[in-house]
Write a protein of this length. Sequence first.
Length: 428
Amino acid sequence: STNRPVSRVAVLGATGSIGVAALDVIENLNRCDPDFAWEVSSMSGHSQIDPLIELAGGCHTPPKCVVVSDAEMEAQAAKALKTASTQTNSRLTERCRLDVGPDALVRAATEKDVDVVVAAIVGRAGLESTLAAVHAGKRVALANKETLVVAGPVVTRAAADNGAELLPVDSEHSAIFQCLAESRARQSQFATAKQPNTAADPSAKTHWPGVRRLILTASGGPFRDWTTAQMREATIEQALAHPTWKMGAKITIDSASMMNKALEVIEAKWLFDVPADKIEVVVHPQSLIHSLVEFEDGSLIAQVSPPDMRMPIQYALTFPRRLPCPAPELDRTQGWDMSLCPADPDRFPALALGFEVARVGGTAGAVVNAANETAVDLFLNGQIRFTDIPEICRRTLLDHDHESSPTLERLLKLDVWARGRARELAQI
Ligand code: NAD
Ligand code: MG
């Protein structure tokens, strides 16, 4: 298998929960993919230098470039890279370049010989590099859902215009993508099937033949059965204790407030080009059914696998091929439960907000995302209550002048404005 063509991957956000899982998938694929060799061509971390250098040194073929997006870390990063390249337990050599600052992410995402970009940076910080990868016509394995929430129309339009493939890593969206296979078989290709954009016309029927509804599952998070009064008193530790998934801090808090599901409703709208009223959320505590598609004849197709992000990450890399994956199998030697129940928007007001934002589109996504990122930071710093998070988001949304077809520039300005407004509201 020495002559296998090489598939080169840029892993942006490599030090995070998704990034580390992606590196594991890539190493495993390189061992077991009969058709391609897999290499990490570049990887990024923000300010955690030592884990980044260690991850880079652990790759079978070390990356050509290590990106440190926090410009203030340049000196420390250069020193760590130099040290590692002289150590015998690291495969890094002097040939591994260091590139620093936010623009370095864009350079890594658009590098000519990169085939796939894993967009695993958290939050709006991932927008420029994800969009750059789309403009460069890459396959994008998209974990960074915030980019679609902020600028869904801009990103999906750019993907269609540049022949980029936007493949979901988010487990729910990967599930829907997999469940849509039957419908997709009647389409020429996923990327081109995204035309025409029905989002502008909410009454338009989805272009997915025979599809009635997309049903996203939600674990319900650690507060699934809590009352609003209990959630008012929730501590940071309680909110960070997710029952089924081990993830970065921001998305873990989003899961507890169900803002994560709200962001996913918006993500689904843009990714699959369906109006908000064709999307539904149900609670499924075991996180085995990752989502379902309901067809016109009442048939439901679900995607089931153990809660391990390596499965959807790998599928985004190898689609449409399926290969062995390092994620564990579902244990069928014991009984297992798969229960479903309706979501409760009264206790989780973020959910209703998500549907509202998906319905109105335009500037609403950028505003709610910025308010939420700010509120989550404030909560994690002990400055606001857990239940203040959705309330700050709601009020920031109310305070902005909605526009239905904003430019990217306008969205980025609003992002800054909404962060300031959310901070002001947190003071009151
Ligand atoms: P994480 O906090 O574990 O990792 C975040 C990564 O982003 C790190 O590599 C960090 O260095 C980098 N980063 C942070 N701030 C940055 C900045 N300002 N500029 C550049 N890079 C920066 O997060 P995660 O859980 O891996 O989530 C990453 C993304 O994937 C999020 O958008 C999240 O919603 C999405 N996602 C995660 C999971 C999961 O299971 N963890 C599941 C679905 C979707
Ligand atoms: Mg998800």
